[in-house]
Design a protein around this ligand. Structure first.
Ligand SMILES: Nc1ncnc2c1ncn2[C@@H]1O[C@H](COP(=O)(O)OP(=O)(O)OP(=O)(O)O)[C@@H](O)[C@H]1O
Ligand SMILES: [Mg+2]
Length: 226
């Protein structure tokens, strides 16, 4: 699914990631941990091609990142769904509009947009909020809208960058359970998090970054060790 090969990323002269070599297989659930500034978000942005490697390469679903053309970048972004700590939703728009937007830009017909949007809202248990404005929602509900939006193109890979960072413990668990459910249906999930309890409880693969390098990679029953 994902292969990082001798990958380094410098911001100016500052190395954010240094010589990363690792592979993540289809269907894995990976917790990405590390102190602030360790390189987690940089890791995510390299996958979506928001930024490019300084050295080395990333192969995503068999395609080397360095040979991507415009068209392939678009198709890559459809294979990869992303969710963030601060949601990045259109606050004044409705829940329905926030999700439908992703389908409108790809030119789907309105009947199909409605059908797909309600199906996806069903899967995050929010169909009753379809016409609510996003700024009327709780944090947990907002994050569920983000997950729905990220899933709309049925991505093979879901990147979640501190998805529970702004949520209380109970709501955080609901979101993590949803991510685990999505993973159990076959989507590869990479979750960057500072939440020790969650990482220790879910017992999945844990990759620890430290100052831009891989400090440890616990393939099974991973623990939160920094
Ligand atoms: N656009 C940028 N320009 C310059 N330096 C940057 C930029 N983005 C990140 N950095 C630096 O790169 C390093 C890694 O940052 P990154 O955001 O990947 O860390 P992180 O592990 O996600 O941290 P956090 O847990 O706080 O989210 C940090 O030292 C940061 O200051
Ligand atoms: Mg970050």
């Amino acid at each position: 699914m994902l292969i990082f090969s001798h990958l380094s990323k410098y911001y100016g002269t500052h190395p954010a990631l240094k010589n990363i070599n690792l592979s993540i297989g289809p269907g894995e659930f990976v917790s990405l941990i590390g102190h602030t500034g360790a390189g987690k978000t940089t890791f995510m942005k390299l996958i979506t091609r928001e930024i490019l490697p300084s050295k080395g390469s990333i192969s995503i679903d068999g395609i080397d990142s360095s040979v991507f053309h415009e068209k392939e970048v678009l198709s890559l972004r459809r294979k990869v769904g992303t969710i963030f700590q601060d949601f990045k939703l259109l606050e004044k728009k409705s829940v329905f509009e926030n999700i439908a937007f992703a389908l409108e830009v790809s030119g789907e017909k309105s009947q199909m947009i409605k059908k797909k949007t309600f199906e996806i809202l069903e899967s995050v248990k929010l169909p009753h909020k379809a016409s609510s404005s996003v700024n009327e929602l709780s944090g947990g509900e907002k994050q569920r809208v983000c997950i729905a939006r990220a899933l709309i193109h049925k991505p093979k890979l879901l990147l979640a960058d501190e998805p529970t960072g702004n949520l209380d413990p109970i709501t955080s668990w609901e979101i993590v359970k949803l991510l685990l459910e999505i993973n159990s249906l076959g989507t590869t999930v990479i979750m960057a998090t500072h939440n020790e309890q969650i990482v220790n409880h879910i017992k999945k693969r844990v990759i620890t970054l430290q100052e831009g390098t891989i400090f440890s990679d616990q393939e099974k029953n991973g623990r939160y060790i920094l």
